[in-house]
Design a protein around this ligand. Structure first.
Ligand code: ADP
Length: 259
């Protein structure tokens, strides 16, 4: 019970913070509608795993069988589902933080050329065995950023690229300079995204195919987190995609004057 009560309580504290922050920045009606939708989506996402935990625990209580193996299987299921709730609540709490607060967090000068090369060398996909192809320019491109947050943004994109690209396909990480911007591209040769979904893809809880996303276990929050991090750095995100051919996600960050 404690396992569930703590994250659920934390989640709703975060939710309240997100709501109050939103109120300060937007007209009341708009904030209210946004809050309603967010609360409905978050509750909906939490209810299914919570029901699974409760029903498995109840079956465990009333079951007369002392078969250790089936008890272990039930506990494993409870742990797996509770972990997915923990992930969801972690993501909700992250999104509840404000961009201004994120931006104030530890900022440092980063040589993106070296930093991305190192990231690619050490990256291991949690979802597949794709190898990442990396292409960086010969010169160093410098930005001011929080390396931990930037790492989360880039790896969220890489994880998605691996998740939605069948084995045998390619996942590429590229860095380029365009005018005063550093462009980080994550390009895959995967399933692609239909054109009608592209404008919504960075919205919270948005999933192209709910059934497909269920199977892959995502909540539709990864890209919203990417966008929040990038905007906190004064940057922008975008995506281009062709169904059946693949997708290219872009993070654009302002270069520092020392470039
Ligand atoms: P999720 O955790 O569900 O993957 P995201 O916010 O990261 O959530 O992505 C939202 C949706 O965008 C996904 O459910 C998926 O349908 C689609 N998507 C994201 N990245 C890709 C990609 N590289 N290729 C195809 N579809 C993608």
């Amino acid at each position: 019970i404690l396992l569930l009560a703590v994250p659920v309580t934390l989640g709703f504290i975060g939710l309240a913070g997100w709501f109050l922050g939103g109120l300060a920045m937007q007209p009341i009606q708009q904030s209210y509608t946004r809050l309603q939708r967010f609360t409905a989506d978050a509750s909906h996402e939490l209810r299914a795993p919570l029901s699974a935990v409760i029903s498995n625990a109840q079956v465990g209580i009333i079951s007369k069988s002392s078969d250790r193996q089936s008890q272990i299987l039930r506990f494993e299921k409870i742990v797996k589902v509770a972990k997915s709730m923990e992930t969801l609540i972690g993501q909700l709490l992250f999104l509840a933080r404000h961009e201004e607060a994120l931006a104030r967090e530890f900022l440092t000068h980063i040589d993106l050329t070296m930093w991305l090369q190192e990231l690619a060398d050490n990256y291991i996909s949690p979802v597949s065995e794709h190898l990442i192809k990396i292409a960086v320019p010969p010169q160093s491109l410098k930005v001011e950023a929080n390396p931990d947050l930037l790492y989360q943004a880039v790896t969220n994109l890489l994880n998605n690229a691996c998740k939605y690209t069948p084995i045998g396909g390619t996942v590429e990480l590229r860095l380029l300079k365009r005018s005063h911007l550093a462009i980080i591209q994550v390009k895959d040769s995967g399933i692609g995204i239909p054109p009608q979904d592209l404008p919504h893809i960075f919205e919270r809880f948005y999933r192209v195919d709910k059934k497909r996303a269920r199977k892959t276990g995502g909540f539709g929050l990864g890209l919203a987190i990417v966008q929040q991090i990038v905007q906190a750095h004064g940057g922008e995100t975008s995506v281009g995609s062709i169904v059946g051919q693949g997708s290219t996600f872009e993070i654009r960050l302002p270069l520092t004057n020392s470039n």
